[in-house]
Ligand binder design. Structure first.
Ligand code: TMP
Length: 211
């Protein structure tokens, strides 16, 4: 049975480390829900709005000066403020189902787990920027880090490795650990999908959950 009887006004986020197949699966879920007659808005972070996409470019680019984890976190929340106010909240109010490729759980995982930013710093910004808005469901695509990075590497040319993809294995191990810790705490909102399975299995899991 489907996790929601009605997907209208539901906010669903897709999370996981690089190489877990989020992008393929978010498109699959969008099509699945559209076939059920659900009106879907597909979006992503960093990004989603014109200013958010500009901030994404800055966040992913390599810089000659040191980028502080605090700067990174503030830029992510700057884009998130635009995204929530201009796109996500209006779509939810209009009854659409919003599917977002990464959201604030990624900040807890990457900036918190990965870079060592405190949970208080992140949760304060979360409250200020989002108010009460939280995802109704978070799909965490989980995979051992070495397999994920191998998959990610095989689709990216070395020259186009972004500032996050250039991080070491241990960084992504901290990110994954933080995602799994959050999924344990908020187990009602999180569903962990085993992304090491063949794609057909992953999509069969998604179908069971959502249709
Ligand atoms: P993407 O490759 O899934 O589009 O995401 C781009 C990168 O942004 C990815 O390496 C994770 C990173 N990121 C954060 O570090 N914190 C965040 O809050 C978000 C939304 C993304």
């Amino acid at each position: 049975m489907s996790i929601f009887p009605d997907f209208s006004g539901k906010f669903i986020t897709f999370e996981g480390i690089e190489g877990v197949g989020k992008s393929t699966n978010i498109t699959f879920v969008a099509e699945l829900l559209q076939q059920k007659g659900v009106e879907v808005l597909l979006t992503r972070e960093p990004g989603g709005t014109p200013m958010g996409e500009e901030l994404r470019r800055i966040l992913l680019a390599h810089h000659t000066e040191e980028v502080l984890p605090e700067t990174e976190t503030l830029l992510l929340f700057a884009g998130r403020a635009q995204h929530v106010h201009n796109l996500i909240a209006p779509a939810l109010r209009a009854g659409k189902c919003v599917l977002c490729d990464r959201f604030t759980d990624a900040t807890y995982a990457y900036q918190g787990g990965g870079r060592g930013i405190s949970t208080t710093f992140i949760s304060t910004l979360e409250q200020m920027v989002q108010g009460d808005l939280r995802p109704d469901l978070t799909l965490l695509f989980d995979l051992p880090v070495d397999i994920g990075l191998q998959r990610a590497k095989s689709r990216t040319a070395n020259s186009s490795v972004d500032r996050f993809e250039a991080e070491e294995l241990t960084f992504f191990m901290r990110v994954r650990k933080q995602y799994l810790a959050r999924a344990k705490i908020a187990s009602a909102r999180y569903k962990i999908i085993d992304a090491s399975q063949p794609l057909a299995e992953v999509q069969s899991n998604l179908r069971q959950l959502l249709v």
